[in-house]
Design a protein around this ligand. Sequence first.
Ligand code: NAP
Length: 247
Amino acid sequence: MENTKKVALVTGAGKGIGHAIAVALAEAGYHIGVHYRSSEEEALETKKICEGYGAEVLLLKADIDDYAACEDMVQKIKEKWGRVDVLVNNAGITKDNLILRMKPEDFESVIHTNLTSAFYLSKLCSSLMMKKRYGRIINISSISGVRGNAGQANYAASKAGLIGLTKTIAKELAGRNITANAIAPGFITTDMTAALNEEIQEKIKTQIPLNRFGTPQDIAKTVVFLCSEGGDYITGQVISVDGGMNI
Ligand code: NAP
């Protein structure tokens, strides 16, 4: 029997923002492809919570830097459910340094994980989406990609690149009822930002009009909205979810 429930693939769903997105989409009625690379225990926890909402879950371990691993992941989803309706390119890394000190390999690896892998998965998933004439691609960009940020030449370039990728996918695939949007989070409390010392965190807080750091759920709620009927006519946009940081 063909699966009629919608299917979402969320990368980096073991922890942080990806975990919250996977759980929120499960709650919204999707089956979930929970992708992870090294956070296996956390991914199992994501799976358990999603199943608690009635979702079927496929645990997918892959290094998304590797195109063949991405192909394998999408193939597994195809075999299990025969469709993918939503792709959330969330997995990402930072390797911050001032440009004079940044090693070329650290520039390249951040671009590869944050941008090239999103291209890989968008390409692979859109071929399945086109057959169903439905798809929602959501790329997790960053305020750094919109404004630039000292110490993040690699990260900001990758996140700005994601915006160009998003707009291009939106134009190329609109005719097949596939939308593509980017979300640009500000400062969200996760392991990624826990690496910043308290002094820097307090300095950042003074730049946030809503006077608090965001939560992974703040981003997840925006993803669910874009995937709902409310998002049907929104494509090629960059949605800031940043407490007003980008005003
Ligand atoms: P996080 O807690 O550090 O999680 C990053 C995720 O990326 C992990 O699940 C990790 O998987 C996955 N990942 C990294 N490299 C990978 C690779 N080569 N192959 C497969 N998976 C890989 O970060 P987060 O804060 O939740 O961030 C999620 C996204 O939001 C990122 O794209 C980040 O740039 C963006 N963002 C975050 C903030 C913020 O303030 N936190 C702000 C703006 C944008 P494993 O742990 O399984 O290895």
